[in-house]
Write a protein that binds this ligand. Structure first.
Ligand SMILES: NC(=O)c1ccc[n+]([C@@H]2O[C@H](COP(=O)([O-])OP(=O)(O)OC[C@H]3O[C@@H](n4cnc5c(N)ncnc54)[C@H](OP(=O)(O)O)[C@@H]3O)[C@@H](O)[C@H]2O)c1
Length: 296
């Protein structure tokens, strides 16, 4: 048995990790309000009570736009708390697997970002996540693993897919940016990869990129959600492609943030899902749990 603490257990990824926990893992889930990873007394109690072999830090400040207005909160959770976790891991001999993001890159490349490409975040969220990565790499070395992912969604929680489904109920036309390209990722697949990583006798250290396969713009992603769920609506919704400058947001986002996942996929040993297949499976799950409205 390995004792594995997953922080942010109530979030999208945490939820997926909880429901796919393998029998060899004693999973301890942690989240607000009982465990606030910014508080040293909470973190000390979490470690002394559980003596984890591995901590997977899926807790984060993930509100990309709000971070521009409240950088202190973003840095407190995405940098300072990560530093606290890393120092505590070092003291307890615990391996830390820390989740990070494609938003550490500026999007200027035109080929997929490799784990050793130079980060250059263009917003507060990305910068705060990069600062957390740096803390892990400096403090933990062989005891630290960074897993960067992108465009996460799950049947649990708030995400782009859920937002589109709501908008498709309310409108005949939805405008979606078509000049930002990345890869949608079903959190269930990421959870499966993470369990494989954590289950290794020695958890590999360093930086890994994991997303589903393929590339898409937000527009392509929205069209796929519309097409896959069209049978639930009386008429199709028109998804209109627009430019980023037609949909101003407080935070700038990379225009290209496809990640090179080949090292992670080789470790995983499973055939990666194309993002659209993964989306289909997630929507089927939503349908089965009756969270999609019945056929009109
Ligand atoms: N979502 C994406 O598209 C995306 C893309 C790339 C990378 N990532 C990274 O992937 C990881 C998982 O993302 P996710 O989408 O699963 O995030 P999520 O759904 O926002 O879940 C994060 C969880 O952490 C909790 N949390 C926040 N502050 C905390 C604190 N101080 N102490 C303890 N728990 C705290 C949140 O609670 P509250 O909800 O109460 O705040 C929430 O339950 C994060 O590291 C994120 O940066 C996400």
């Amino acid at each position: 048995m390995k004792t594995v603490v997953v922080t942010g257990i109530l979030g999208q990824l945490g939820w997926e990790m909880e429901r796919s926990a393998p029998p060899w893992a004693r999973l301890v889930g942690a989240d607000l309000p009982e465990t606030d990873i910014t508080r040293s007394d909470h973190v000390a109690r979490l470690f002394s009570e559980n003596r984890p072999d591995v901590v997977v830090n899926a807790a984060a400040y993930t509100a990309v736009d709000r971070a521009e207005q409240e950088p202190e909160a973003a840095y407190r959770i995405n940098r300072d708390a990560v530093e606290l976790l890393a120092r505590t891991c070092a003291r307890f001999g615990t391996h830390l697997v820390h989740l990070s993001t494609d938003f550490v890159f500026d999007g200027a490349l035109s080929r997929p970002y490799r784990p050793d490409d130079a980060p250059n975040p263009i917003g507060v969220y990305g910068a705060s996540k990069r600062a957390g990565e740096e803390a892990v790499l400096q403090i933990l070395k062989d005891q630290g693993t960074i897993v960067r992912t992108a465009w996460l969604y799950s049947s649990h929680g708030t995400n782009f897919v859920k937002t589109m489904l709501r908008l498709y109920q309310e409108r005949d036309e939805v405008r979606v940016v078509s000049d930002q390209v990345g890869t949608p990722t079903w959190a269930a697949n990421l959870a499966d990869f993470l369990w494989g990583l954590v289950g290794r006798e020695a958890v590999p250290a360093g930086i890994f990129h994991f997303t589903d396969a393929g590339v898409a713009s937000w527009y392509d992603f929205a069209v796929a959600v519309e097409e896959e769920t069209r049978h639930h609506r009386p008429r199709p919704v028109f998804v209109r492609p627009i430019r980023t400058d037609e949909y101003p947001t407080p935070a700038r986002r990379p225009s290209y943030s496809v990640l090179d996942k080949h090292t992670a996929w080789a470790l995983w040993g499973r055939r990666p899902d194309h993002w659209r297949d993964a989306l289909r499976r997630m929507l089927l799950e939503l349908e089965e749990t009756e969270r999609l409205s019945p056929k009109a």
